[in-house]
Design a binder for this molecule. Structure first.
Ligand SMILES: Cc1cc2nc3c(=O)[nH]c(=O)nc-3n(C[C@H](O)[C@H](O)[C@H](O)COP(=O)(O)OP(=O)(O)OC[C@H]3O[C@@H](n4cnc5c(N)ncnc54)[C@H](O)[C@@H]3O)c2cc1C
Length: 1021
């Protein structure tokens, strides 16, 4: 019986949870299965049972016995109950208006009945309740289990009563999907309403259900509604009748099995002969077969012959690929592993003669144990859960420790390049079953081969190692058998560990298996995936696994490919379409999840960035060219000195590339693709987008931009993302950084306040006050760019946590979800009338905004420090965009002056125009080179060391762009100021960037301050 999500099953009984039709239960192995199992359209979907007389002993037969024992006339007890005032009281009792105890009392007061009679009735009724509290009759119980195993629903529909504060039901009532009781509903059989209620709750039509009762009048009412009926006079006969109607046996139930599927039958006669000759089983005993419900592609049967219980596993019938369904391999590996102490089922024999059951098969012993279907292990204590996970970990280590040669398995699989081959195989399989583009799969197919782990340990790998493939001891945390070796081979053991942890990363409502991504694992006593991995490494004395996220990405990639295969087969008509569709969507979801891990794996490069104050430069090489140089080269404090810089740029491949021609091939290709993209998709739509930004729909993200969205480098998202990378906790990164990186959400940064000079961040007045587990935010902010965008989900809020602390320790930064109550948008601000939709620059009020304490970045008092460390790459992007705008303005100007004639010659021939063009070209190039240098320094020595160069470009570029754009506007005449050209907009942007991200004066001050400090330190040294 299924107890609290745990099944007591027998050895080699994969009663697994991931099984369709109830989608939570699709087994992973079904994903690999070559067939899509689907419930054929059956006429019946539910069986409804009466209680007394059907599931349990009849009150009438108890009465007959009682009457016989007490020398009463046959039928006298029920005649007494159903006559006079007692009858009225009995009916009220069934409707729940009287309790049984009240009814018994009333019985005694019925003036129409003698005391003697009353006492007899009371004693009889107490006897009935005694019987009722027993479980169901064995045969009926087994019938119900068989019905449920076939995926049909089972219900109790009973006229019962309240007794000792509870309604009377069998103790094993949990077997039923629906229970309808007269005493709870206030309506009893044969009133048609109670039948309708029952059908309604089971969500079935009358003709899809069968009703069993021992009373004719109840059956009649059911039949009138269209329900099929069976009269239960004798239970054995009724069960036979029910078997005939349903078309499957209702006896011999074994947990985790169902009746043998159509097309999967085995000739029992030849099997019986075989069992007699090979295992010496008696010819007297019939051979009873049931099929395990798990979804492996190799059909598995429970075989009962007398007292012997065996498990038979065979190849599926029909034509098979030569390497598929190799039961011989399974037998071989289990035999070999069993011999070296790995817990596997006890193997009895293998038969490769197809004349016995149609294909090769092998036999194992069947023995009791527990299979845990739900990875959260409901019903166990925290420490028991920990023990179960530890036992699982130990057995996995044991498998991976097997000496391949000693076990005679050295030729069990190809040696080496396991993951490479796996990626190749699953990519091929995915391509073969591809029905539409899954973008994440495309990314993974490119990404995975580039990240194949270099050093691969080779061990026996199980290939499908998960909790519900293990049979545990009935009482102890001990693995008795590891099942399902179909996908086993020789390969990289970490693949098994990662696959073992997939449930850790799935959501709770994931339909195929209960996921644990939102569970409080600590409270449950279950190790996190990293703890589980650490335990594994510790058990094996291994170094920590650095590329764990790669292995998770690969695991989910494989699952996605398998699900896609299932989906394709469902489209080909081998599965019901609605389920197929769900599986199709799951394939995409799994690919998305795999990509999340791929992104995380990519983020390992950030591990080298120090949190908080970076100290001396540590990024010793460009992340692009990955050329390491000696740390000593970069540790000099005077790295900005020309000679030193020369030594820097002379580092092979670490040199500063100043034109696209000098770029490495891969980057050159990117540059080329970008140019084509701009020409093809961006410039032709410029006018349309400008019109959209002036239309009423401007606050709705433009669908064309959404379609084209490829850069994800807008302010303030890049600054916020960098801040999260550097200062965020893992949970903050998970919640905000990943969706930001994926372009799924947008963000804003709320620092500037109207009432104070915000170029000096220490002036900020907004308050962040601690209250229990929350911070309460209050403040007035403006120029919060991006806040109006409907996709904006995150606000980085700056305020003071401690106004009494030293000047630079008063501020903190808190991550605020934009849907938190108390955030009010006052108005969108505009730059020269341009609102910059859909993000805009808004004025906001924060009024008692409650934010969980864990949303603070880095800690209280660290806001100023974060603000200083925040804006490196963001400033480079701003400057690159400005250079682009200036470049465009010059391009437009050149075209314009060539075609426009004034005073008898083209404008291009005017000397002043030529001077403007030359000056613009020179200034753009100057700024571009300075920006390149700053970017290069950031790459090779880090943000802090590049701070002066970053301030220089922030100072130089907006002014340069303003001059160039202004010349272009002048050359265009009045048209340059109009909406017909992008020049006025460029001008507004460039102008605002002399203020945004710090006014020019502040950057000028900073550059000078550093320079003076530099001179001071050089002199001192
Ligand atoms: C388009 C745009 C977008 C913006 N986006 C954001 C955003 O997303 N989030 C955000 O928090 N803020 C944003 N801002 C605000 C911006 O960061 C501030 O405007 C800027 O920091 C200046 O602050 P302030 O406006 O309060 O000017 P103030 O601090 O009042 O300064 C006014 C002027 O005083 C002068 N000054 C200041 N300091 C010195 C000095 N040391 N020496 C000499 N002169 C000095 C400068 O001329 C300066 O322009 C944005 C601004 C614009 C225009």
């Amino acid at each position: 019986m299924s107890v609290c999500g745990m099944s007591r099953v027998s050895r080699y009984c994969s009663a697994k949870p991931w099984r369709l039709p109830s989608l939570r239960h699709l087994p992973l192995s079904v994903w690999a299965s070559s067939r899509w199992k689907h419930s054929a359209s059956r006429p019946y979907k539910a069986v409804i049972f009466d209680m007394g007389g059907v599931l349990m002993v009849s009150p009438y037969s108890i009465a007959a016995e009682w009457e016989r024992q007490n020398g009463l006339q046959a039928g006298s007890i029920w005649r007494t109950i159903l006559s006079g005032e007692t009858r009225v009281a009995w009916d009220r009792c069934l409707l729940g208006e009287l309790t049984f105890e009240e009814f018994v009392k009333l019985c005694g007061k019925d003036p129409g009945k003698a005391i003697q009679t009353t006492n007899t009735v009371q004693s009889y009724l107490l006897k009935v309740t005694d019987h009722m509290s027993d479980g169901m009759c064995v045969a009926m119980r087994e019938a119900v289990q068989c019905i449920k195993a076939e995926g049909l629903k089972a219900a109790i529909l009973t006229n019962n009563f309240w007794f000792k504060g509870q309604s009377v039901l069998p103790s094993d009532k949990n077997l039923f999907d629906v229970i309808v009781e007269s005493c709870r509903e206030g309506v009893s059989k044969p009133n048609p309403e109670i039948y309708k209620l029952c059908l309604d709750r089971m969500k079935v039509c009358p003709e899809e259900s069968i009703f069993l009762d021992d009373l004719g009048q109840n059956l009649k009412a059911a039949a009138q509604l269209g329900i099929h009926t069976i009269k239960v006079a004798d239970r054995a006969t009724a069960i036979q009748e029910l078997e005939l109607k349903l078309g499957f046996p209702l006896r011999g139930f074994v947990h985790g099995t169902r009746a043998v599927r159509k097309g999967m039958e085995i000739p029992t006669d030849s099997l019986k002969n075989y069992l007699q000759t090979t295992l010496g089983l008696s010819s007297e005993d019939a051979v009873l077969l049931r099929q395990f419900t798990h979804g492996q592609s190799n059909p598995t049967y429970h075989v009962q012959s007398g007292a012997h219980q065996l498990v038979l596993r065979k190849k599926p019938p029909g034509k098979l690929l030569p390497s598929a369904h190799a039961v011989e391999r399974e037998y071989r590996v289990m035999k070999a592993l069993g011999a070296v102490g790995i817990p596997v089922p006890t193997l009895l024999d293998i038969c490769e003669d197809p004349s016995v059951v149609g294909t090769s098969f092998y036999l194992m012993e069947y023995c009791p144990g527990r299979i845990f279907k739900d990875p959260t292990l409901p019903g166990l204590t925290a420490s028991q859960r920990g023990d179960i996970y530890t036992a699982m970990n130990h057995v996995l280590c044991k498998i991976h420790k097997v000496d391949i040669q000693a076990a005679g398995l050295e030729d069990y699989g190809k040696i080496g390049n396991y993951i490479e081959r796996q990626v190749h195989t699953w990519t091929k399989r995915y391509r073969a079953s591809e029905t539409h583009v899954i973008p994440a799969m495309e990314q993974l197919i490119k990404w995975l081969p580039l990240r194949i782990p270099e050093q691969e340990k080779i061990t026996v790998v199980h290939g499908d190692f998960r909790l519900d493939n293990l049979i545990f001891h009935p009482d102890k945390p001990e693995v008795l058998a590891v099942l399902d070796w179909e996908l086993s081979t020789l390969g990289d053991p970490i693949c098994d560990v990662a696959y073992n942890c997939v449930a850790h990363h799935l959501p709770e409502d994931f339909p195929l298996i209960r996921g644990m991504s939102k569970c409080d694992l600590k409270e449950l006593g279950i190790p996190s995936d990293l703890e589980y991995l650490a335990l594994y490494c510790n058990n094996l004395g291994m170094n920590p696994i650095e590329n764990w996220n790669f292995y998770l990405a690969f695991s989910f990639f494989r699952i996605s490919a398998i699900l896609q295969g299932v989906y394709k087969r469902s489209l080909q008509g081998q599965a019901s379409s609605d389920k197929g569709e769900i599986v199709g969507k799951l394939a995409a979801k799994m690919a998305d999840l795999a990509w999340v891990f791929a992104v995380r794996e990519g983020f390992r490069i950030f591990d080298s960035i120090p949190v908080g104050n970076p100290g001396p430069p540590v990024r010793k090489y460009s992340t692009w060219n990955r050329q390491r140089t000696s740390p000593a080269t970069f540790l000099s404090p005077s790295f900005l000195d020309v000679n030193h810089y020369r030594s820097l740029v002379s580092v092979p491949k670490g040199h500063l590339i100043i034109s696209p021609e000098g770029l490495p091939t891969r980057v050159k290709d990117l540059y080329h693709r970008l140019t084509v993209f701009m020409d093809k998709h961006v410039y032709p739509h410029e006018k349309e987008l400008a019109d959209y930004h002036r239309s009423d729909r401007r606050w709705i993200p433009n669908p064309r931009i959404e379609e084209l969205k490829i850069f994800n480098s807008s302010a303030p998202d890049t600054g916020n993302m960098e801040m999260l990378v550097k200062y965020g906790t893992e949970a903050q990164k998970q919640q905000w950084l990943l969706p930001l990186l994926e372009g799924k959400i947008r963000s804003c940064f709320a620092m500037t306040e109207p009432q104070v000079a915000s170029s000096d961040a220490t002036n900020i007045e907004a308050s962040i006050v601690e209250e229990g587990n929350f911070y309460i935010l209050n403040g007035h902010k403006w120029w919060t760019s991006g806040a109006m965008d409907p996709r904006c989900k995150l606000c980085v809020f700056m305020g003071k946590t401690d106004p009494q602390a030293s000047k630079h320790k008063q501020q903190s930064m808190v991550l605020v979800s934009m849907d938190t109550p108390g955030i009010k948008v006052i108005r969108p601000l505009s730059v020269y009338g341009m609102e910059d939709p859909p993000g805009g620059h808004s004025e906001l009020i924060f009024e008692n905004v409650r934010v969980p304490k864990e949303n603070i970045l880095l800690g209280p008092g660290r806001g100023f420090e974060i603000a200083q460390g925040r804006l490196g790459p963001g400033r480079i992007h701003h400057c690159m965009r400005l250079i682009g705008n200036a470049d465009r303005a010059l391009e437009l100007m050149k075209e314009r002056v060539k075609t426009r004639v004034a005073f008898g010659k083209s404008l291009a021939d005017q000397g002043t125009i030529k001077a403007d063009i030359a000056n613009s070209l020179v200034e753009i190039e100057q700024a571009r080179l300075l920006v390149l240098k700053a970017a290069h320094l950031m790459d090779i020595v880090g943000n802090k060391e590049a701070a002066s160069a970053i301030s220089m470009i922030k100072l130089v570029t907006p002014s340069m762009a303003l001059r160039v754009i202004d010349r272009a506007i002048q050359a265009f005449g009045a048209a340059g100021l109009s909406e017909d050209y992008p020049l006025a907009q460029f001008f507004g942007t460039a102008r605002s960037l002399r203020l945004a991200d710090g006014p020019d004066e502040v950057h000028r001050n900073f550059v000078a301050k550093l320079e003076l400090k530099q001179i001071g330190s050089t002199k001192n040294s």
